[in-house]
Design a protein around this ligand. Structure first.
Ligand code: ATR
Length: 286
């Protein structure tokens, strides 16, 4: 269906810096088009230190809402008037909604996206079956840990190069989360049901990540939040070991589903193959 911009077009988008390579416009606009919704999803690149001014400009609902990506997820939470429980637990927001009365509401769908990605790509995985290891202790790791605990994981091990940061996350999330230095990863990977890479290693300039995945149980699911490339060296190593894997693109798509619903009032039609579109875009961008 061909879309036109009308006098009643709903506007939503994604705010980040950089943001021009974001796959979110591709995903949301494909869903809008498939559903024939009078809406459009665009990118915004606020000034790094003026995100508050950007949000002030949108208060009142001219724009229905924005997804928030790096580096604004923490500041987005701090300037919202209302914060969902899951955004509070993650200490970050990936979704801001602008109500017509001027209220700014923060939510976080990243954790739900992570769990839905496991359900989609690792069907035998049981979140409640045993400890889960997370590599990294930044915002992405904290959000993942909070969501896994809320979904019933009995134990989450935060493994990080800088132990103090892992301890801070564990301290914030309570007794089911424990901290472990990267140098002791071998012990921490024993008996896990899953390993999630939430470090920025592999992103430009952040070096590589070397963890002994061979010490995980054979059925342990290996997940990487990084999706450029789709099969990261970390996932390639896991596949070489015969481990089931979950990729970061699936998490991106799965966090977009509740975001779309919040913006446009209905769930996207999941028969639209946004994954194929996104993979084609990643390949064209490589
Ligand atoms: P985000 O908010 O996306 O989670 P972040 O807060 O910058 O990003 O966190 C990045 C994480 O990746 C940190 O835990 C960092 O480890 P340190 O706390 O020791 O800095 C981790 N990280 C980055 N590069 C890494 C590398 N080459 N090896 C191991 N960990 C790495």
């Amino acid at each position: 269906m061909k879309r036109t911009i009308s006098g009643t077009t709903l506007v939503a988008g994604v705010a980040g810096s950089p943001v021009r390579h974001s796959l979110s416009p591709l995903i949301h606009n494909a869903w809008l088009e498939a559903a024939g919704i009078d809406g459009v999803y665009v990118t915004f690149r606020p000034d790094a230190d003026r995100f508050d001014k950007f949000v002030d400009g949108l208060r009142g609902g001219a724009v229905r809402g924005v997804n928030v990506t790096l580096p604004f997820k923490e500041v987005a939470l701090s300037i919202a008037d209302e914060v969902s429980e899951r955004a509070d637990a993650a200490a970050a927001a990936n979704l801001l909604l602008f109500e017509t009365d001027g209220t700014v509401v923060a939510d976080n769908t990243d954790g739900a996206g992570l769990i839905a990605a496991f359900a989609a790509q690792a069907k035998d995985f049981d979140i409640k079956a045993g400890p889960i290891a997370i590599l990294g202790a930044g915002g992405a790791a904290r959000g993942a840990a909070a969501a896994l605990i809320a979904a019933g994981a009995p134990k989450v091990r935060i493994i990080n190069r800088t132990l103090a940061k892992a301890e801070a996350v564990a301290g914030a999330l309570g007794g089911a989360v424990e901290a472990c230095p990267l140098s002791a990863a071998a012990g921490a990977l024993a008996g896990v049901t899953a390993v999630i890479n939430a470090t920025s290693a592999g992103l430009s300039g952040e070096g590589t990540l070397d963890v002994p995945l061979e010490l995980t149980p054979p059925e342990a699911v290996i997940m990487d939040m990084v999706y450029r490339p789709l099969i990261t060296p970390f996932l390639a190593k896991a596949q070489g070991l015969g481990r089931p894997t979950v990729d970061g693109l699936e998490m991106l798509i799965r966090q977009a589903i509740p975001s779309f619903e919040a913006f446009f009032g209905r769930r996207p039609d999941e028969t639209t193959d946004v994954r194929a579109l996104a993979i084609a875009a990643l390949e064209a961008d490589a």
